[in-house]
Ligand binder design. Structure first.
Ligand code: B4P
Length: 190
């Protein structure tokens, strides 16, 4: 099984590159951001609670996203592998993911981190905010809060996979095709 964690700050291109990877490798795409936005659009209790946090640029509680991922793993027992996009975002989520996969006789193959400067992230997200309708993309202050949440809570997740010798970082600035080629060369080594 090929189980990839696509890692990087908000706007690094995780969602963008995931689309290409699903097509090429036939993997199931699990984006916690998309799953949460799905709950919001359906108006569920979980979605109403998550929306407040997402709109202000905060992370949603660990137990909420871990529960969503667990359900998705159970619903896709015959998958060839998964791309985890935007998850794990805390060390507690990374530990939970290892335990969930181990209980299914599986494991993470590797983490690929997209490195992008803060000024480029801000520009990309504000540009997407012009058309996405996403409240968390529209406001520079919220974008900066998301980047701070990433630096405080998410960046340490890289250390978790470095300890397991599963971490690779690549340059996330350049054309989408160039970045996809770099990701592919990492995957070929697995
Ligand atoms: P996410 O939905 O995961 O969103 P993201 O970090 O904004 O996006 P991503 O990196 O995928 O960027 P994309 O490819 O779209 O999270 C949103 C919120 O949900 C979080 O703030 C949090 O509140 C909550 N959440 C989600 N998961 C959670 C978890 N596990 N725990 C707790 N809370 C959680 O790219 C962005 C833009 O850049 C696009 O417009 C794209 O076209 C552009 N772009 C991409 N590649 C480019 C390139 N090479 N050059 C130029 N532009 C590029």
């Amino acid at each position: 099984m090929l189980n990839l964690v696509l890692f990087g700050p908000p706007g690094a291109g995780k969602g963008t590159q995931s689309q290409n990877l699903i097509e090429k490798f036939g993997l199931i795409h699990l984006s916690t951001g998309d799953l949460l936005r799905g709950e919001i659009s359906q108006g569920t209790k979980l979605g109403i609670e998550a929306k407040k946090l997402m709109d202000e640029g905060s992370l949603v509680p660990d137990e909420v996203v871990i529960g969503m991922i667990s359900n998705k793993l159970d619903a896709n027992k015959d998958a060839r592998g998964f791309i985890f996009d935007g998850f794990p975002r805390t060390v507690a989520q990374a530990e939970a993911l290892d335990n969930l996969l181990e209980s299914k006789g599986s494991a993470i193959s590797g983490m690929i981190a997209l490195e992008v400067t803060d000024s480029e992230l801000e520009q990309r997200l504000l540009k997407r905010g012009e058309t996405s309708g996403r409240a968390d993309d529209a406001n520079p202050e919220v974008i900066r809060k998301r980047i701070k949440e990433y630096n405080d809570k998410t960046a340490p997740v890289a250390g978790f996979y470095k300890k397991q010798d599963k971490f690779k970082s690549i340059n996330g600035i350049g054309s989408i095709d160039e970045i996809f080629a770099s990701i592919n060369s990492v995957i070929e080594a697995y």
